[in-house]
Design a protein around this ligand. Sequence first.
Ligand SMILES: Nc1nc2c(ncn2[C@@H]2O[C@H](COP(=O)(O)OP(=O)(O)OP(=O)(O)O)[C@@H](O)[C@H]2O)c(=O)[nH]1
Length: 515
Amino acid sequence: MGKEKTHINLVVIGHVDAGKSTTTGHLIYKLGGIDARTIAKFEADAKEMGKSSFKYAWVLDKLKAERERGITIDIALWKFSTAKFEYTVIDAPGHRDFIKNMITGTSQADVALLVIDGNNFEAGIAEGGSTKEHALLAYTLGVKQLAVGINKMDDVKDKDGGPWAQGRYNEVVDYLGPELMKIGFKKKDKGDKKKGDKKEKKDKKDKGEKKYVCSATFVPISGWTGDNMLEKSTNMPWYTGPTLFEVLDAMKPPKRPTEDPLRLPLQDVYKIGGIGTVPVGRVETGILKAGMQVTFEPAGKAAVEVKSVEMHHTSVPQAIPGDNVGFNVKLTVKDIKRGDVCGDTKNDPPIPTECFLANVIIQDHKNIRNGYTPVLDCHTAHIACKFASILSKKDKRGKQTHDVSDDTEWATKDDAEPRNNRMNIAAKTGESVNVWLQPTKAMVVEAYSMYSPLGRFAVRDMKKTVAVGVIQCVQPRNMAKGATEELPIRGESDAVSKYIKFRPLPLKAGKKAKK
Ligand SMILES: Nc1nc2c(ncn2[C@@H]2O[C@H](COP(=O)(O)OP(=O)(O)OP(=O)(O)O)[C@@H](O)[C@H]2O)c(=O)[nH]1
């Protein structure tokens, strides 16, 4: 088997019918861990139903159905390997409610594959199309590397005819490249690769930002025939860039924050005969080891010994970021639940959140104001949070239209009590706001800069995702008995320090702190 490969989480995004399932199915089918018997069965089933053209999408749909049916499905089925990496497809594309899956998926993704229908590219960018929306979401949620597959090239024509039409490919890239650059990605394809890289470095230097390579690499593919997927296509000799496989293999591996303190949001808690209570979840940062003392918040359980750690039904000495684990603790199943966060009792353990400042992009809402209290999905938590204080707003084009600290009239009127913000900013689709949010029930979140997987969220309302956000800083709740002092803000940066004094007053001010 050789050395363990680095894990990368991939989310597949794109407009409906772009070929996401077909392309992903193809990768899993050719590079994945599905055994030959399963493949043969999928093929036979697809043929029987007269759907052999859906063979690859079929792979994915079958896997998805199985996954939805129970927890027993082997995670390996959702994996494929490149030379350097082990990819996990973290979301099931092809769902009606795709945007929701996409957001939860994307919030755990390291890189994204954006699939574009080369034929009907226009539908994806028209009113109601999701190409740009998905790309913006991915970027906002922290996915900085994008592979862009211009798909269905086997059927793509231009004015000189087709299929495999270069003119059409160029047309799509020429439109989409600048659009992705507006979002923040840097276009990286043959021709401007070197120049782009240099400029990219300079840009980052200017901004003092060194962490990410923001890039989008275009490849003309056919998820169906396999052209430029794993091997260079002989049908498109005009394309000399990398195959999709090569792009995926050339991604910068995510920094696995092994050295950060432990954060493990619980996905579920089981009671297993002969063993006891077994919380399960994904290690996001740090290391979980048998024998260590952990804290669960907001459950309020500290110094709990981890008796054993298990992965894929095998006991392991430790688990690192990216690992999905079950571990045994001496608590009852009622003590802890989904949404709780487990951390190291001795090293920056999690603390329940009083309120947090976030940058929120509104996707689908006509009128968001102070007082709005939708449900937030942040890591595995699902809790209503109040938009307590909207402090600034940018319009659709990213131009600042409101800012509390610039509003002198308001500031003079109420500066005596900035924590009772009465500034009345309304925001709608396409706009973004800086806002202090207050959970209505105890929850743990973190600043994106400190623990990125716990610092992004989706806002759900009316059965849809109305907004997504990134957490800039957090006011932890002082849990000490009778405490009135506020704890220091976590994750504060220069960019947001002017907003700190406007944080809302504690919801439970005056009452005894809840343990
Ligand atoms: N000619 C051609 N057709 C393709 C290709 N990839 C996908 N298709 C077809 O396009 C249709 C949609 O493909 P899917 O893979 O289901 O697309 P999707 O993006 O997952 O669709 P949703 O899940 O509905 O968003 C199917 O009829 C596929 O057979 C391709 O490379 N070439």
